[in-house]
Ligand binder design. Sequence first.
Ligand code: SF4
Length: 250
Amino acid sequence: MNETELKQFLNDIKSFIAENGESFTVMSAASDKKLSTKSKNFMQDKNGFLDKTENAVESDSNASKSDILKFLKDMKINECIKCRLSIARKQIVFGEGNPESKLMFIGEAPGAEEDNTGRPFVGRAGQLLTKIVESINLKREDVYIANIIKCRPPENRNPMEDEISLCSPFLEEQISIIKPEIICTLGKFATEFIIGKDKGAISSVRGKDFDYKGITVIPTYHPSYLLRNPAAKRETWEDMKKIRALYFKN
Ligand code: SF4
């Protein structure tokens, strides 16, 4: 990220905080004591933290992607109460992995294990994703993994449209910071968000390449679907071979 982009990023954060100050007040009035205390502390700390970080970033235009992602997480997402999913979450699940990676996996939303640990894809589906990554001669730590939705939907229900619309700008920022060359979308919701709803069902778009802002997108099935339908692993393996060829082409 160059200096101009960094300055734009900081301005976006300032606007976000200015816009959301009202929300914190409303939430406090709604008598959620735990959230109210957290939000109050956040509002007290934010200006000092922002000034400190902004000075650091401005004096070092070579701030790493990892630093910028941490800033995004700490300043814009950790205390987010933009949608109803903030009420029951234990913690946000930001994403993890190598921010310099050429390859990013995008899933749908955290489940119970992810909500408990704050890490994406750590339950049974996550263990399968780790094996899928390893099947193309990479380690999990070599890639970046994130979801569209950062807080767990209750009972693991599907995310609602307004939740996707409120939360997805965070994912878009992650993508713009990481700048992967390849995105592998996992399942219907991530695929529809990245390539559009008009392209068809996941079963008809997997196996094809798409473009997202100059990034090659290869959709495949969500690991949870593969756990329920092991026969579909063969098709996912075909998708992974395409990703491997692209990843190692140079
Ligand atoms: S799901 Fe996203 S938009 Fe909703 S509260 Fe969590 S971080 Fe905020």
